[in-house]
Ligand binder design. Structure first.
Ligand code: NAP
Length: 488
């Protein structure tokens, strides 16, 4: 049973199916496949990772219209791939999983959903993503606002922003994409920034015909681009891993770009980030900073104190009256699959196991949760590469695990606790001295532990997961009494 029909869940289904696993179901709470791309359809939504790398290695396209595709093109790609590989028909939409529990006696998982009878499965792949549950800040008075408001991941396309006084709270990767789109429409746009960002240039125009033709027709050009972009991503990670040396080069490049884009010294000072380059996601946009300098746009960097029925009050005592507030405040990334209940062997609740922060062997397997795999799990996010590289590696790894179960005619496979504990210690130690440790970000939990990001390079993750080491796992025998076989 796979939970989540985004890039991760579909990658797992395709890989498992290609290796002879036939009884696969993909449950998704949404009305169809797409995962985060289904929900995030705000104006300008695009992937800031170039499409030649933000696409499956086994389903490469030569006809991307630009470097970084917009959301609709990504959705079209994902639907096409799912259809091509015959996994679209495995998706059961509108089915929110509320609880999964391991049955110690019968040695299978029971999956409960918001509606309908419980299902059973020999294995569960949780491909629920990190970036889909909107995070609303706990600003006092938020619920008292009498105007219109919505989150960037729940964009209200029926609400006409034309001529309105609009507030945007947050200046992360999402806001950077939609602010340039809505700034020309709004009567007045007030952007509330809590922290500045490091920017790198990206125009993302459609490819000139000659470039598009070369990618499409000249053998090797597409593969070369993918290779180049992969190594460009690795170089960004190198800057984050080595903030005092390589990171300085990134900072110099970014600072030069930002100085050229922000002419007004006061605005520049207010927009300037006060943390190490790469600590938070570096934002690629040549459009955002110019949009902030439009005559109808104001940037407010005083902290938000409270929300009133008519607007936003900042700590300088000013009330900014607005008709609409758009929350560009990101996602509840540390929740992973929660609020789903995940109950493992011996009735252990994953919430208790993760009391001090989520952790899993290679982000995938948790001791005491047999044949449960968390795709895009703890510490597998990337700041410098494409998550799809990680997801494909995870799909192949979990398929190897399930192939072992199948070959041994066992019930399930469980990672050894000492293996998981040691790999977690080693992983956390690798953050020492990196830029990620030098500021607060959504990569960390309240205790400061980095819980979302992989500390190294894409190539290291791919190498670490390439071959499952049987010594790191135990196989769980089938129960002695006979039972009806459950679904895979
Ligand atoms: P985000 O990066 O978490 O940004 C949230 C923004 O809201 C930040 O500017 C944050 O400020 C601000 N904020 C949060 N609470 C606030 C408060 N109480 N008052 C004022 N400001 C507040 O969220 P996101 O922009 O939605 O992006 C999330 C992640 O999604 C990205 O990092 C990226 O991984 C992914 N994403 C990717 C793409 C892509 O193109 N691939 C596009 C969009 C999103 P602070 O910085 O001070 O916390």
């Amino acid at each position: 049973m796979i939970v989540g029909a985004g890039f991760g869940g579909l990658a797992a289904a395709i890989d498992l199916q290609a290796h002879g696993f036939r009884d696969i179901t993909i449950l998704d709470r949404g009305p169809g496949l797409g995962g985060t791309w289904l929900y995030n359809d705000y104006p300008g939504a695009a992937c800031d990772v170039p499409s030649h790398l933000y696409s499956y290695s086994f389903a490469q396209r030569r006809d991307w219209r630009r470097l970084c595709s917009f959301r609709d093109e990504i959705m079209e790609y994902l639907r096409d791939v799912a259809r091509e590989y015959g996994v679209d028909r495995l998706v059961v939409p509108d089915t929110e999983v509320t609880k999964i529990a391991w049955d110690d006696a019968d040695r299978h998982w029971t999956i409960e959903t918001a509606a309908g009878a419980p299902r059973q499965a020999d294995a569960v792949v949780l491909a629920t993503g990190q970036l889909h549950r909107p995070a609303y800040p706990g600003i006092p008075g938020r619920e008292t606002f009498a105007g219109h408001s919505f989150h960037s991941a729940e964009w209200d396309h029926d609400y006409d922003l034309a001529g309105k006084r609009v507030a945007v709270v947050g200046t992360g990767a999402s806001a950077v994409q939609f602010v340039p789109e809505i700034a020309p429409q709004a009567g007045k746009l007030t952007v509330f920034q809590r922290s500045g960002n490091w920017f790198m240039p990206r125009r993302n125009r459609t490819y000139p015909p000659a470039v598009a033709a070369a990618i499409r027709h000249v053998p090797g050009v597409q593969a070369f681009r993918r290779h180049f972009i992969f190594h460009y991503g690795e170089s960004l990670t190198a800057m984050i891993r080595h903030p005092r040396t390589l990171g300085r080069l990134g900072r110099i490049r970014s600072a030069a770009f930002m100085r050229a884009q922000i002419k007004d010294p006061d605005l520049r000072r207010r927009l300037w980030p006060d943390y190490t380059f790469g600590c938070k996601r570096v934002l690629f946009s040549s459009m955002f900073l110019p949009a902030l300098q439009r005559p109808n746009v104001e940037v407010v960097t005083d902290a938000i104190e409270r929300i009133t029925p008519t607007g936003i009050v900042t700590t300088d005592g000013r009330e900014h009256e607005v008709d609409c507030i758009i929350w560009g405040t990101g996602f509840r990334t540390s929740d992973f699959m929660f609020p789903m209940d995940v109950i493992g062997a011996g009735g252990r609740d994953l919430r208790d196991v993760w009391e001090d922060g989520p952790h899993a062997h290679l982000g995938l397997t948790i001791p005491g949760f047999p044949s449960l795999f968390t795709m895009y799990g703890p510490n597998t996010n990337t700041s410098g590469g494409s998550i799809i590289v990680y997801l494909e590696a995870q799909a192949a790894y979990l398929r190897q695990a399930l192939a072992r179960v199948r070959d041994a005619d066992a019930a399930a496979i469980d990672v050894r606790p000492e293996v998981e504990a040691a790999s977690d210690r080693a992983l956390q130690a690798r953050f020492a001295g990196t830029a990620w440790t030098e500021c607060d970000s959504w990569y960390r939990n309240e205790d400061g532990r980095i819980i979302t990001n992989w500390p190294g390079y894409m190539r290291e993750y791919v190498a670490s997961t390439a071959e499952l080491d049987p010594a790191e796992y135990t196989l769980i025998d089938r129960p002695t009494r006979s039972r009806e076989p459950a679904a895979a």
